[in-house]
Design a protein around this ligand. Structure first.
Ligand SMILES: NC(=O)C1=CN([C@@H]2O[C@H](COP(=O)(O)OP(=O)(O)OC[C@H]3O[C@@H](n4cnc5c(N)ncnc54)[C@H](OP(=O)(O)O)[C@@H]3O)[C@@H](O)[C@H]2O)C=CC1
Ligand SMILES: N[C@@H](C[C@H]1CC(C(=O)O)=NO1)C(=O)O
Length: 328
């Protein structure tokens, strides 16, 4: 079997998860990892895979079928996405929801001119939750959709706080409103503001000499990430951080509550996730969509795509005939 040649750009939580997920995919082979850090300083799970400097990535175009972009959405992907979409088939997890339309446009032009596919905003939200919001609205047009996350560690928000000047280490937990969730589960269709659905809590280790109040203000007022939420910022020491904030569980659910049928029956569509490791799951979604991106490009497709544009069967290593036999 000819294996799909995968490379990883950016070796953090998501990059390490992707390396592990590729090992679970016999139809794929990890060929290289690219990092902005000194390659000699990057320790991979699999020592047989070479690490190269990100600056040299262009020379490896012919060795890679799909490149997984595992950088942070706050500042890495806005720069790396458009540049790498002009060189490779790419898959990324861009999750600054408010900026997805402009990011889509920024990837579409270089991908089309290079004859490549750029599959953006892949993961669980955006990603699998986006798909289920679509299913809910298409199947139950009369109703309301609700999304709740956590309690768990948001990688996007944790990446964002780590980019703040004066932050040495940081994580962010998302906490859903129990009362809001109860109302929705009871079949009410309340109108809930962003602030009424979730609160956010950060744990920060300050860099030496950093101004705590300046860091707190930057975080709580950060557009697209924290400004629309009630956010708590806790400052802790490095030992406490390491002891208490090293795991990354998360989860959540999408619920569509509506009515349909001649009797206007109450219908509820729900999709939920319980994740022991947010990066471990998200990277597995990236790898499944890397398979789809490869197939789409082999079939002549180019340009920017989201999960809403991908036929589900393309995610599977099975043939369409096997899928019809086994999954229908
Ligand atoms: N759509 C979705 O459902 C989801 C999306 N995401 C997205 O994934 C993004 C990445 O998350 P995550 O992997 O946790 O981010 P990390 O902070 O772990 O990694 C981000 C980048 O930082 C660099 N880096 C990592 N560790 C170090 C280090 N010790 N020293 C210096 N640089 C380092 C790496 O780049 P380099 O190797 O080049 O140095 C890496 O690509 C998030 O920003 C989020 O937007 C995450 C979960 C779900
Ligand atoms: N993109 C999120 C995935 C989910 C989790 C989340 C949040 O806690 O705000 N929003 O979407 C992440 O980076 O973990």
């Amino acid at each position: 079997m000819t294996q799909i040649r995968i490379a990883i750009a950016g070796y953090g939580n998501l990059g390490r998860g992707a390396e592990a997920a590729i090992k679970q995919s016999p139809d794929m082979r990890l060929v290289s990892v690219f990092s902005r850090r000194d390659p000699a300083s990057v320790t991979l799970l699999d020592s047989s895979v070479p690490v190269y400097a990100m600056d040299d990535i262009e020379q490896y175009q012919n060795d890679i079928d799909v490149l997984l972009l595992c950088g942070g959405s706050k500042s890495d992907l806005p720069e790396q996405g458009p540049q790498l979409a002009g060189l490779f088939n790419i898959v990324d997890s861009f999750d600054t929801h408010a900026k997805i339309p402009e990011y889509f446009t920024a990837l579409d032009a270089p991908a089309k001119s290079a004859g490549k596919v750029a599959l953006l905003s892949v993961g669980w939200d955006p990603g699998l939750f986006s798909l289920n919001r679509l299913y809910g609205e298409a199947i139950l047009p009369v109703g309301e959709t609700y999304t709740f996350w956590g309690k768990g560690l948001s990688q996007g928000h944790s990446d964002a706080v780590r980019r703040v000047a004066g932050v040495k280490s940081g994580v962010q937990y998302t906490i859903p409103s129990e009362s809001a969730m109860a109302r929705v589960r009871n079949g009410e269709q309340p109108t809930l503001s962003t602030r009424e659905k979730h609160t956010r809590e950060c744990f920060i280790v300050l860099a030496d000499g950093a101004d705590a109040e300046a860091v707190r203000s930057t975080i709580v007022n950060m557009p697209d990430y924290f400004s629309d939420y009630d956010t708590t910022v806790n400052f802790i020491d490095a030992h406490t951080f390491s002891e208490q904030h090293s795991s990354m569980p998360h989860g959540g659910f999408v619920i569509r509550s509506g009515v349909s049928g001649s009797d206007n029956a109450k219908q509820v569509l729900e999709f939920s996730l319980k994740l022991g490791s947010n990066p471990g799951f998200t990277s597995s979604v990236l790898v499944a969509y890397a398979r789809a991106a490869y197939k789409m490009n082999q079939a002549g497709e180019t340009g920017a795509k989201t999960v809403l544009d991908v036929a589900p069967g393309l995610l599977s290593p099975k043939t369409p005939a096997e899928l019809r036999k086994e999954l229908l």
